[in-house]
Design a protein around this ligand. Structure first.
Ligand SMILES: C[S@@+](CC[C@H](N)C(=O)[O-])C[C@H]1O[C@@H](n2cnc3c(N)ncnc32)[C@H](O)[C@@H]1O
Length: 262
């Protein structure tokens, strides 16, 4: 079911575009993209994915920009509602999954408040792609009984108010989104709360994209390793990251597929 639309005929789909590789898009996301009248997309959505929408679909980037005006969340909410009330099929394309640090909940609430039909199409969140391409499981019998996704940035811009005591316990994986520039305070908090400096850690930049880079380190080496990357990236700390492999991810898989087909 792709959704029925509202009385105006318009509707909003909050679509997870996945971590970047178009092959990690769901079939449902692709179907919706192909009927879009308007695409409202983030900066993290790759050009390869934007090209899958019909050429006549209007494309609006609401990426955060340093030099030019960026749309506020409120402006984005109003834009989605206004297009849908005009009777248009609005695809709000977000990197990864719309409900993982993606402000999808706020957009859903705005649609509901305006009586606009809003459907959610989940996407592969960055943590899943990062762990998969490094070959390091987020949960692992005996060394990772839980996985927690946290943000390195609080909405106030200050350090996030996290339960560091709990995150510092051994045998669990902690994935930090938006944490690259906050690597120093995050590592200090985890170490201060008792997590061992020798705990394996992995940083993945541009997971699933052609320019993916991976650094395998430890919690004690996290800050130095983070300094060599510029993002978007995830910091992953946990015993199971001992299984992580360095090297190229997507290229290796594609070369293997070509070999098997040849
Ligand atoms: C605003 S959050 C959006 C997360 C997204 N909704 C998801 O589910 O992956 C943006 C952060 O996600 C992480 N991220 C998104 N895509 C990534 C990728 N391809 N590789 C590594 N990290 C990524 C980075 O930490 C980035 O700063």
């Amino acid at each position: 079911m792709l959704g029925q639309g509202s009385r105006s005929g318009g509707a909003v789909w909050l679509v997870g575009a996945g971590p970047g590789d178009p092959e990690l898009l769901t079939l449902k996301a692709l179907k919706i993209l192909q009927i879009a009248d308007v695409l409202v997309h983030d900066g993290l959505v790759s050009d390869e994915i934007l090209e899958l929408a019909p050429s006549h679909a209007r494309r609006i980037s609401v990426a955060k920009r340093k030099s030019r005006h960026s749309y506020s969340q409120d402006e984005i909410n109003r834009m989605l509602v206004a297009f849908a009330l005009e009777g248009l099929k609005v695809v709000r394309l977000k990197g990864g999954d719309p409900f993982i640090f993606g402000r999808g909940g706020e957009e859903l609430e705005a649609c509901r408040a305006a009586g606009v039909d809003c459907q959610i199409i989940p996407g592969v969140t960055a943590a899943l792609a990062a762990a998969a391409s490094a070959g390091a499981p987020l949960t692992h019998r005996g060394s990772a009984q839980a996985v927690t996704f946290v943000t390195g940035h609080a909405s106030t811009g200050a350090e996030p108010d996290l339960d560091w005591e709990s995150l510092a316990k051994a045998n669990q994986t902690v994935v930090i989104y938006m944490g690259l520039s906050q690597a120093a305070p995050i590592a200090a908090r985890l170490l201060g709360a008792g997590r061992a400096g020798s705990t394996p850690a992995l940083i993945v930049e541009n997971a699933s994209r052609k320019d993916e880079r991976r650094v395998v380190t430890t919690l004690a080496g996290l800050v130095e390793a983070a300094a060599s990357l510029s993002g978007p990236a995830l910091l992953i700390v946990g015993e199971a990251m001992a299984l992580a492999q360095v090297g190229e991810g997507r290229e290796v898989v594609e070369t293997l597929i070509q070999k098997v087909r040849a």
